[in-house]
Design a protein around this ligand. Structure first.
Ligand code: PLP
Length: 417
């Protein structure tokens, strides 16, 4: 391995097997290391830095905010200009009926806020029995909750049977989901939660056509809320502002966002709430029973507002779609023929490459091979930052690397990556 084990750092690093390379500055899609070497950031970190590094406009917006008010506790009765402006900017078109926002610091907090909101919703409207959240195996919604994994994900590459049509596969998943509702008691289910495009666990898997329509219909049939986790796949990553827009559904009741929302300038995540859910709170206790010391932080909101204004002004979602097509072509022509490459899937600028010991028979690597980690190490030696899976995802071993370059990427960068 290129980076020897060291113990000098006082940080308890997540991976203790390697030396961590210190990034001292950044520019565009590149990180500059203390050693003088530069690295192309092919994944925006864990899918965050969509404007690349060192954007002056966003930096100026943060400095301007620092010059006015750096912190407001948005509990009650105070709020701040940038948080109000950001919520207005994101929700002025009421996408899918989403009309209110909550801003928190991390995706994990957003998941917690979303699930507490769902529980509160059912209390407010007099159905406190609705406590169960159905989610999918091999999903990741954050660090702070135990994911409640009840049903299978939509993962046609590994789960679809030979000769099975898309429709038959979705029907099989529908049956399992309905069985789960019946087992828990339909009136006990508060919500179904899923990522519209799976992120770090399965590696950018897109849903089989018709899957989310089926999920929306089942939620409606049993009165449960649909919570979509767009923390990693949302805010333009797949080519539309919200990933669910490509699934032909009217939208979720609650949606989480994060990562690219503030593009990593200051941490920020959020929860978007459908007007119907909001009305239940207004018609009930008139309070959201959730809060954090640093919620809706003015610096984070000012940074995110600047980021999102740039995305809109510079038509960056068009670039996501254009460069996404180039990235797909490059992956299919140049990466797909390589040994161990089993599947390539994605949308926009959010692509996953699944690796297997034998792609033909779909035999995965052993967990102990850490194959994916080795690929990421080799890429790093070559000056490319990729996001690798930890390999195992619940019952399945899913080695994959994610390629998710910034929205500002140009064709030459894509080809190089
Ligand atoms: N949800 C999804 C889909 C994620 O990919 C992540 C992080 O990767 C999270 C939630 C948790 O976000 P955070 O790491 O900001 O807590």
């Amino acid at each position: 391995m290129a980076h020897p084990f060291v113990t000098e750092s006082n940080i308890l690093h997540r991976d203790m097997r390697c030396e961590h390379l210190k990034v001292v500055s950044g520019e565009g899609i590149r990180y500059h290391l203390g050693s003088g070497k530069s690295i192309s950031d092919a994944t925006c970190g864990p899918s965050v830095s969509i404007l690349g590094h060192g954007n002056q406009e966003v930096t100026d917006a943060i400095i301007a905010q620092l010059g006015t008010i750096q912190y407001v506790y948005s509990g009650a009765p105070l709020t701040s200009e940038p948080s109000e402006a950001l919520a207005k900017f994101l929700l002025e078109d009421r996408p899918g009926g989403l009309s209110k926002g909550i801003f928190v610091n991390s995706g994990s907090e957003a998941t917690d806020a979303a699930l507490k909101l769902v529980t509160q919703y059912w209390h407010e409207i007099g159905e406190p029995n609705r406590k169960f959240i159905i989610s999918r195996k091999q999903s990741y919604h954050g660090n702070s909750i135990g994911s409640l994994s009840f049903v299978d994900p939509c993962y046609s590459f590994r789960a679809k049977k030979n000769g099975e049509s898309d429709a038959a596969y979705v029907e099989r998943l529908r049956q399992q989901l309905e069985d789960t509702f019946q087992r828990l008691g339909p009136n006990n289910v508060a919500a179904f939660m899923a990522e519209p495009q799976s992120g770090t666990t399965l590696g950018c898997v897109t849903a089989t056509p018709g899957y989310f329509k089926m999920v929306r219909d089942i939620c409606d049939k049993y009165g449960a809320l649909l919570v979509l986790d767009e923390i990693i796949c949302g805010m333009g990553k797949t080519g539309t502002m919200h990933a669910w827009e490509q699934e032909g559904i009217r939208g979720p009741d609650v949606q989480t966002i994060g990562k690219v929302l503030g593009a990593g300038f200051v941490p920020l995540s959020g929860v978007l709430v459908h007007e119907r859910v909001f009305q239940a709170l207004v018609g009930g206790s008139k309070a959201l029973l959730h809060g954090h010391t640093f919620q809706a932080h003015p610096l984070a909101c000012a940074a995110a507002l600047a980021v999102q204004k740039i995305v809109r002004r510079d038509n960056l979602l068009e670039n996501v779609c254009e460069q996404g097509l180039i990235l797909e072509k490059q992956l299919r022509e140049r990466i797909a023929p390589l040994p161990y490459v089993a599947d390539i899937r994605g949308r926009g600028l959010f692509w996953g490459v699944e690796l297997m010991r034998d792609p033909q028979s779909k035999e995965p690597f052993d967990r102990s091979d850490n194959f994916c980690g080795k690929v990421v190490d080799v890429a790093m030696d070559l000056g490319l930052n990729l996001l690798g899976s930890l390999g195992h995802s619940g019952e399945l071993q899913v080695d994959h690397v994610i390629v998710a370059p910034p929205y500002i990427v140009e064709e030459a960068d894509v080809v190089e990556i």
